[in-house]
Design a protein around this ligand. Sequence first.
Ligand code: NI
Ligand code: CA
Length: 379
Amino acid sequence: MKITHIKSHHLSHSLEKPFESASMTFTSREHLLLEILCDNGLIGWGECLGNPIVNAAYIKAMTPLLIGKNALDIEPIWLHLYHTFRDQGQRGATLNAISGIDIALWDLAGKFHQCPIQQLMGGAFRQRIPAYATGGFRMIGEDRITSLLTEIAEYKQAGFEAVKIKIGFGVALDVASIRAVREFLGDDIELMIDANHGYDHIDAARVANQVADCDIAWFEEPVVPEALSSYHKLRTSQSIPLAGGETWHSRWGINEALKQNTVDILQPDVCGVGGLSEARKILTLCDVHGVRCVPHVWGTSVALAASLHFHAIIPPSPTSPGSASPRFEFDQTHNPFRASIVKQPFTLDNGCLNVPTGHGLGIEIVRDELEKYAAKTPS
Ligand code: NI
Ligand code: CA
């Protein structure tokens, strides 16, 4: 099964209502999909986390290294790409591009062997993944707490058993927001907070200590990802479990973070960490370091499918009958093509998402939708 073509698809949609996290303002939704075509007619789909223009440029640069290769040689291809681009960067866009390519190769392998990716990767520990809603961004021009509670009410109504909100907008406002949401949700719905690295460890500890009685399941990205020692300080200065890792790349980047005792919960993203091949290796690191793996997910149905297969193969931690499944991050912010680009979109089923059972990723792409949302900028 030789690779003949690689094509990138930059999808874009301008947001009618822009929103912001502590680290960026979203005025549009932008995602990069790629397809790898083979000489036997099979096509594999992948997705890259991060800026589509940058990712598409890397994929274009990597394409000559892929044409003519056997698509089933997933590990040799991974290492060849990584080694060739090592001197330009062992993280960031290099790894985002490799991630998308690696996912597309696993999709091809599944289609070739006629089985779901999770089965090829060693088999599923679970077929249903309990989801949590990601939302609670700051809507520009709206009262923070009023708009937050209106949004959270929708998640409660939809049957979510867990919700993650954004913070990082100032200690006093964040504490008031968290308290209002916890009071609104009651005791039965899990609540997580994500600062998108908007704090230093001093203010992060202030927020955490003031909401210590709010039963927060985790505090995500309290500080910038480079500040490994700040993560470590924060673990000793407050009691909420710390989570992070969506921008730590590859086995080497993540091992460095885990060696420095930064987090209780690691959040690798299959579309950024190095694809499914690298994500599987990171499960071993989590096991060795005694850290839970609860992946980060942000993208279209391609990213959702790849992440569902990854969730399926995460070993239970701890290995006991009472061990809960890691929760699946299900972004609920406005994105018209998140679901429309596949024939059978992922929907909440009693608070859970089901792992696709078809061959490869187990999705069918709707090409009309890719064309409809194709970015006007060349990619
Ligand atoms: Ni819209
Ligand atoms: Ca996050």
